[in-house]
Design a protein around this ligand. Structure first.
Ligand code: PXL
Length: 282
């Protein structure tokens, strides 16, 4: 059984970060180890939230796991709440990354043209330092623009513009950049990637549902990591993650009790498990 370590916050209510990564990675048939970076009452899209920083707990936990000799097939990082955390997580990667460890950094910082509460351009600059350590980074369009230090977030960039951004993102250091929230044609939305080693672009798109929900980036990244670690090539892992995210959003819209602060990924999990099984990716 492959083992993945995921490092991100846990929000009690809000369905994002660890509360989606854990069930999705488990559904992919992976042993999922976690280091919570912060404990929040809700995610930061609520008007008010309690935030308990766990930065000083990461090092002692890492020391113990190291002493026990634990190894990880993948290290997957998400929402990190401070500069210090970026450094601590960067040290964790240096210490635990083996030759065949897949390092995936989801540089969670913002969406819809804006940074989330508590982040600024300096944080984005430091986050690009963490991206250097990754094999794969999974920013959305907003995060990509901030990682690249662009003056503004492009609106509906065309294929050429997205490809240029992807190439520039890999120049930060990761082999692969996979950007979410981009479109190949009117009415479609999905993700596009670039593998700087092979020089190949890949992408997957589906019907653009004009509704915004929190946590969809975390759902996408978790579904991607689950499929990729099961052996799916980059393009197929991307297609799986696009389909899973889209199905989760549709399930939320179809649910009269659907909630604004998260998506019903739970209803799409049976599809995800079957899909990975049929393709022999779990
Ligand atoms: O879904 C990204 C995310 C993760 N963690 C926390 C957040 C957000 C987005 O708002 O607030 C705490």
């Amino acid at each position: 059984m492959k083992r993945v370590m995921t490092i991100q916050d846990i929000s009690c209510i809000g369905k994002c970060s660890l509360t989606v990564a854990l069930p999705i990675l488990s559904a992919a048939g992976l042993e999922t180890a976690v280091i919570p970076t912060a404990l929040l009452s809700t995610h930061t899209a609520f008007d008010r939230f309690e935030f308990f920083d766990l930065t000083d707990k990461i090092q002692p936990i890492a020391d113990h796991l190291y002493d026990e000799g634990f190894k990880f097939d993948a290290i997957y990082t998400g929402y990190l709440g401070s500069f210090e955390q970026l450094n601590t997580v960067s040290d964790f990667i240096d210490r635990f990354k083996a030759e065949d460890t897949l390092v995936v950094v989801d540089p969670v910082m913002g969406d819809n043209g804006k940074l989330y509460a508590g982040f600024d351009q300096n944080f984005a600059r430091s986050m690009s330092g963490l991206c250097k350590k990754a094999d794969v980074i999974i920013p959305n369009l907003t995060e990509s623009a901030f990682l690249l230090g662009l003056d503004e977030v492009p609106q509906n960039p065309d294929l050429d513009a997205v490809q240029k951004m992807l190439i520039d993102l890999t120049r930060l250091g990761p082999r692969v950049a996979l950007m979410t929230g981009v479109s190949n044609e009117e009415g479609q939305l999905g993700a596009m990637g670039y593998d700087s080693k092979s020089g190949n672009f890949f992408g997957s798109f589906c019907e653009h549902i004009k509704a915004t929900f929190h946590g969809t980036g975390d759902i996408f990244a978790s579904a991607f990591v689950g499929a990729a670690l099961g052996g799916a090539p980059l393009d197929e892992a991307t297609e799986t993650a696009v389909q899973f995210t889209s199905r989760s959003i549709k399930a939320t819209l179809d649910d009269k009790d659907g909630r604004w602060y998260g998506v019903n990924f739970e209803f799409a999990l049976p599809w995800y498990i079957n899909h990975l099984k049929e393709a022999d990716y779990n």
